[in-house]
Design a protein around this ligand. Structure first.
Ligand SMILES: [Zn+2]
Ligand SMILES: [Zn+2]
Length: 79
């Protein structure tokens, strides 16, 4: 069972294969879409199996974040 995400490439809800060998900032992971094959980096809070009750939108950047853990997107861009 692979994590499911909404893909930026094919716009579908698809299974993603994590590319663990790639270095990514905390809170993000590199993936390959198993449907269209596109490669990118995803905020792990965007995984579709994570209930909406455990995430919310960052008020600063609008990105998804885990409740109480701070925004990884803001940490990444240094805001
Ligand atoms: Zn795709
Ligand atoms: Zn943010």
């Amino acid at each position: 069972m692979h994590p499911q995400f909404k893909c930026n490439g094919c716009k579908g809800k698809t299974e993603f294969l994590w590319l663990e060998q790639l270095d990514t900032p905390e809170g993000f992971k590199a993936y390959q879409c198993m449907s269209c094959g596109c490669v990118g980096v995803k905020n792990i809070a965007e995984a579709l199996h994570i209930p909406d009750s455990s995430i919310d939108r960052c008020i600063k950047c609008g990105g998804w974040q885990f409740l109480g853990s701070g925004c990884h997107t803001c940490a990444l861009i240094g805001a």
